[in-house]
Design a binder for this molecule. Structure first.
Ligand code: ADP
Ligand code: MG
Length: 681
C-alpha cells in the first residue's frame, strides 16, 4: 500500500546497513525509490537460438546438452579453467569458465541447460566464455526471459537489486497503489500501476514492456505537468507586497553606463509585474555579458523604493562574492545596505547576518544556498533574484519564495533554450529576453587548435600578459574521477608554474578548495595580482574580470557547446581585444566539426540550437540544466507525443479539480506535492 512504499529498504531481507548505504548512492532509500529504479536496459534472454545460427560476437541464448564431462584445469596460481562441450541438434560449442571452479560440480554431463552469453565463432568453431547458465527445467531466473539490467555501484550487483525488487513486490502484494485517476487510465488506454511496475522490471514479453513503459512515461510527465500547472496558479496569486513607483530614472542615472534598450525593457517589465498586484515570476534570459546584473540591481532598487528587502542568490560562493561586491557598489548611492551570506562564513558572521535580515537593517542579502537555511528570516522580503537559475532547482526557488510573504521572483539565465523546451520548463514563468549586447562589445576571436600549436599559444599568452592582460586556462574535470582529475589539473598547474611560465604569476583554482582559499585567489586575480589562472569549470558562470583577454580551454571536446560559450564569456568583458583558444584533444572529425561552431558564431542562442541539434534534447534534459526533477524514464527527444497527451490530460484535470482536492485525485495530489517537496496550497 502507499504507506508501504515509503518504508525504508532496510525492511527488505538482505539489505543491511552496508548495502543500504551503497544503494543510497543510487538514490534508493525507500521501497518507492527501489521500484522506481528502472532498468538501464534489458537483455532479451527469452529467445532460444540454434548453435549453428548464432553469429560471431552476438549475445545469445542456446539450449544444449553437455556432451563432455566438465574438466577443471589449474593453469597457475590464481587461475583455473573449467572446460566442456555442449551441443544441440544443429551443432556443438566449447564452453570455458575462468576462475569459477564451482561450475565443474554444478554442471552435469548429459543434462540440458540454457546458456546465455557472447558467442565467438571462428569458421565453424563455436565457443562461449563464462556464459550464464541454468538447468532447462528450472530456467526462468537468469535465462529464458527478458532480463532487466540496472545501473550499479560498488557493493551492489544485478542479483542484489533483482532480489530486493522481487521482495519489495512480494511485500506490497497485489494491491499496488495507483496514483492515476481511473478515468484517465481508461481514456488514454494506460496499463495499471501494478502491471506497469512489475513489467518494467520483469517483462513478461516485449509487448508488456512497451505497454508498461508508455504508462510510466505518461505518469512521469503527467505528474510533472500537474505540478507545474498548480505552481503556476499558486504563483499567480496575490503578491505579498504590491510595490509602488513608476520611473526608474534615478536608478538609471546612477549607472556608470547607459543601459541598452533590452535592459531598459526587461527592467520596465519587472517593475510592471511588481506593481501589478500579482507576484512576479519572470525569467530574464540574456546571453553572457548582456548585462543582466544591472537589471537585477534595478529591480532591487525598486523594491527598496518601497522600503522592502531583496535577496539575491548565486550558484557558487565565488559568484556570490562577486555579485556582493558589484551590487553593494551599485546600490550604495541609494543607501541600500547589502550583506553577504554564504555557507563557509563563521557561525558568528552568519548569526550577525540573520539578525540584520530579521530586524530589517540589511536591505539586500547576496549569497548562496545558505540563504535557504532554516535560521534565515526576513523582516519584509519583497523580491528574490536568482542568478544562473539552471543551477537551482525549481524546488529551491519555491523554498526561497516561502521565506517571504509571497515575494516577487526574478530569475536570470544565460542558457538559451529553444522555444518548445522553454514551454515545458518555464511553463510557469514570464520571459524577458535581452537580445542586445552593450555597445562596443567585441567579438571574442575563437580558435580551434591542437597540440602542434602549443608553443605558439604559450608565447601568445606571454605576450598578452606583458601587455598587462590576464589569462584563464580551464581544464575539464570529469565527475566520475573527480579526485583523480583534481590531481591531474593540480599537476598541470604545477607544470605551468614551474616549467612553462616560471616568470609569470600562475595560480590554481578548483571547486574542492576551501572557500577562503578560493576567495583569496579570485580576489587576487580580480586585483590583477595573478597573470594566469588555471582553473576547473568553477569559473564557468558569471565571473566578471574585464582585464582578462585570453581564455584557453584544454580538452575542449569534453565540454558541451553551451558550456564552452559560457566559459568564453569570461573574456571580452572589457575594452581589450579578447581571444578564446580551444585545444581539441580528440582526433574525431565530429568533435572538430562541433567545436568549429564556436569559432563561427558568438551568438549563444545559435550555439544552443546547434548543441541541441548535435546532442538532442535528451542530452539537454539529461544534463539537468533546467531545475526540473530528474526524468527517470521519459526522454523528451522521442516522447514528445506522450508529453503532449500528458500535458493535455493535466490541463483538463486541473480545470475540473484545480487543487486536486477530490477524493479520487488524492493519491495524485500526494505525489504532486512530493515532487517539489513543498506544500501546494
Ligand atoms: P551577464 O548578463 O553575463 O550577467 P553582467 O551583468 O555581468 O552580464 O555584465 C557584463 C559587463 O557589462 C559588466 O562589466 C557590466 O558592468 C557591463 N555592462 C552591463 N550593461 C552595460 C551597458 N548597458 N553598457 C556598458 N556596459 C555594460
Ligand atoms: Mg551574470
Amino acid at each position: 500500500m502507499a504507506g508501504q512504499l515509503n518504508k525504508s529498504i532496510r525492511y527488505i531481507r538482505g539489505i543491511g546497513e552496508q548495502r543500504a548505504k551503497s544503494l543510497s548512492k543510487l538514490g534508493i532509500y525507500t521501497f518507492r525509490d527501489l521500484l522506481s529504479f528502472f532498468p538501464r536496459t534489458y537483455e532479451d534472454r527469452s529467445v532460444v537460438k540454434m548453435i549453428s545460427e548464432v553469429m560471431d560476437g552476438e549475445e545469445a541464448l542456446v539450449s544444449a546438452y553437455v556432451i563432455t564431462p566438465p574438466r577443471l584445469n589449474r593453469i597457475r596460481k590464481g587461475m583455473d579453467l573449467v572446460k566442456f562441450r555442449i551441443a544441440d541438434n544443429s551443432g556443438a560449442c566449447d564452453v570455458t569458465y575462468f576462475n569459477q571452479s564451482y561450475v565443474k560440480d554444478s554442471i552435469k554431463q548429459n543434462c540440458v541447460y540454457f546458456f546465455y552469453g557472447k558467442v565467438v565463432k571462428n569458421a565453424s568453431f563455436v565457443s562461449m566464455t563464462n556464459p550464464i547458465f541454468e538447468p532447462e527445467q528450472s530456467a526462468g531466473q537468469v535465462t529464458g526471459r527478458i532480463m532487466p539490467i540496472y545501473r550499479l555501484t560498488a557493493g551492489i550487483t544485478q542479483k542484489i537489486i533483482v532480489k530486493a525488487i522481487t521482495q519489495a513486490f512480494d511485500a506490497i502484494g497485489d494491491d499496488f497503489p495507483e496514483i492515476l485517476p481511473m478515468d484517465i487510465l481508461q481514456k488514454y488506454n494506460l496499463a495499471g500501476a501494478g502491471f506497469a511496475y512489475k513489467n518494467i522490471h520483469f517483462p513478461e514479453s516485449g509487448e508488456a514492456l512497451s505497454l508498461s513503459r508508455r504508462r510510466l512515461i505518461f505518469e512521469e510527465l503527467f505528474v510533472l505537468s500537474c505540478a507545474l500547472g498548480m505552481m503556476k496558479k499558486q504563483e499567480g496569486k496575490n503578491a505579498g507586497y504590491v510595490l509602488s513607483g513608476a520611473s526608474s530614472d534615478t536608478f538609471r542615472k546612477s549607472l556608470p553606463f547607459e543601459p541598452t534598450g533590452a535592459q531598459k525593457r526587461a527592467l520596465k517589465q519587472a517593475m510592471e509585474d511588481m506593481v501589478s498586484g500579482k507576484a512576479m515570476n519572470r525569467l530574464v534570459q540574456g546571453d553572457v555579458g548582456s548585462g543582466k546584473t544591472a537589471v537585477a540591481a534595478g529591480a532591487i532598487w525598486f523594491a527598496h523604493q518601497s522600503g522592502l528587502q531583496s535577496a539575491f542568490m548565486a550558484p557558487t560562493e565565488i559568484l556570490a562574492e562577486q555579485h556582493y561586491h558589484t551590487l553593494s557598489k551599485m546600490l550604495l548611492p541609494f543607501g541600500i545596505h547589502t550583506i553577504l551570506l554564504t555557507g563557509s562564513m563563521s557561525a558568528r558572521a552568519k548569526n550577525q547576518a540573520y539578525e540584520m535580515l530579521k530586524n530589517g537593517k540589511a536591505d539586500l542579502v547576496v549569497g548562496t544556498h545558505a540563504i535557504l537555511s532554516e535560521g534565515v528570516e526576513f523582516k519584509h522580503l519583497a523580491l528574490v533574484v536568482t542568478d544562473e537559475q539552471h543551477r537551482f532547482g525549481v524546488r529551491q526557488r519555491a523554498a526561497l519564495s516561502e521565506k517571504g510573504n509571497r515575494p516577487h521572483v526574478l530569475v536570470m539565465s544565460a542558457t538559451p533554450i529553444p522555444r518548445t523546451l522553454a514551454l515545458i520548463i518555464y511553463g510557469d514563468l514570464d520571459i524577458s529576453i535581452i537580445d542586445e549586447l552593450p555597445p562596443g562589445r567585441q567579438k571574442v576571436d575563437t580558435y580551434l587548435v591542437d597540440e602542434t600549436m602549443r608553443r605558439r599559444i604559450n608565447r601568445f599568452a606571454e605576450r598578452l600578459v606583458s601587455e598587462g592582460r590576464q589569462v584563464f586556462i580551464v581544464c575539464p574535470m570529469i565527475e566520475e574521477s573527480e579526485t583523480l582529475d583534481i590531481k591531474s589539473t593540480l599537476e598541470y598547474a604545477e607544470k605551468l608554474k614551474t616549467e612553462v611560465f616560471p616568470h609569470l604569476r600562475v595560480k590554481h583554482l578548483h571547486g574542492k578548495m576551501k572557500a577562503e582559499e578560493k576567495e583569496a585567489v579570485m580576489a587576487a586575480f580580480a586585483d590583477g595580482n595573478i597573470d594566469i589562472l588555471v582553473s576547473t569549470t568553477v569559473i564557468e558562470v558569471g565571473v566578471d574580470i574585464p582585464n582578462a583577454a585570453l581564455m584557453i580551454i584544454e580538452n575542449a571536446e569534453r565540454f558541451g557547446l553551451s558550456q564552452l560559450h559560457q566559459l568564453r564569456g569570461r573574456v571580452g568583458r572589457g575594452d581589450h581585444k579578447s581571444y578564446c583558444v580551444l585545444f581539441n584533444g580528440s582526433s574525431s572529425r565530429e568533435a572538430a566539426a562541433r567545436l568549429k561552431v564556436l569559432c563561427d558564431t558568438n551568438d549563444g542562442f545559435k550555439i544552443a540550437e546547434e548543441d541541441l541539434k548535435i546532442r538532442g534534447p535528451g542530452d539537454f534534459f539529461g544534463s539537468r540544466q533546467h531545475g526540473l526533477p530528474e526524468m527517470k524514464l521519459a526522454d523528451l527527444s522521442c516522447d514528445m507525443d506522450i508529453l503532449d497527451t500528458a500535458q493535455n490530460a493535466a490541463r483538463l484535470l486541473l480545470r475540473d479539480d484545480p487543487e486536486l482536492k477530490k477524493p479520487e485525485n488524492a493519491a495524485l495530489q500526494q505525489r504532486v506535492s512530493e515532487l517539489f517537496e513543498i506544500g501546494l496550497n
